[in-house]
Design a protein around this ligand. Structure first.
Ligand SMILES: [Zn+2]
Length: 90
């Protein structure tokens, strides 16, 4: 199954490859919802396009510490053995 590579649940990404938080991952429907959405909506930014039945958490607020979701983070590229030097940023 193809999954968009830009965001994944925090717990599935190695610590060294965690980028910025990109959204919220619902563990029930396995979809990522945008950070600006305070509630579980029906339209994920990442996940299955067609869900047979609405997620049981649909409409629920993403309360901190709720067990049914976790942050989704961007996945950083694999560390390169010989990274190109970064241009100095001013
Ligand atoms: Zn869900």
């Amino acid at each position: 199954m193809y999954r968009s590579p830009h965001a994944a649940p925090l717990s599935t990404v190695a610590e060294s490859r965690r980028g910025r938080t990109a959204g919220r991952f619902c563990r029930d429907c396995l979809s990522v919802y945008p950070l600006h959405a305070s509630r579980h909506g029906g339209k994920p930014t990442d996940g299955r396009d067609h869900v047979a039945s609405p997620c049981v958490h649909e409409g629920r607020p993403f309360t901190d510490g709720a067990p049914w979701w976790e942050p989704a983070v961007e996945i950083l590229p694999e560390p390169q053995p010989n990274p190109e030097p970064l241009a100095a940023a001013n």
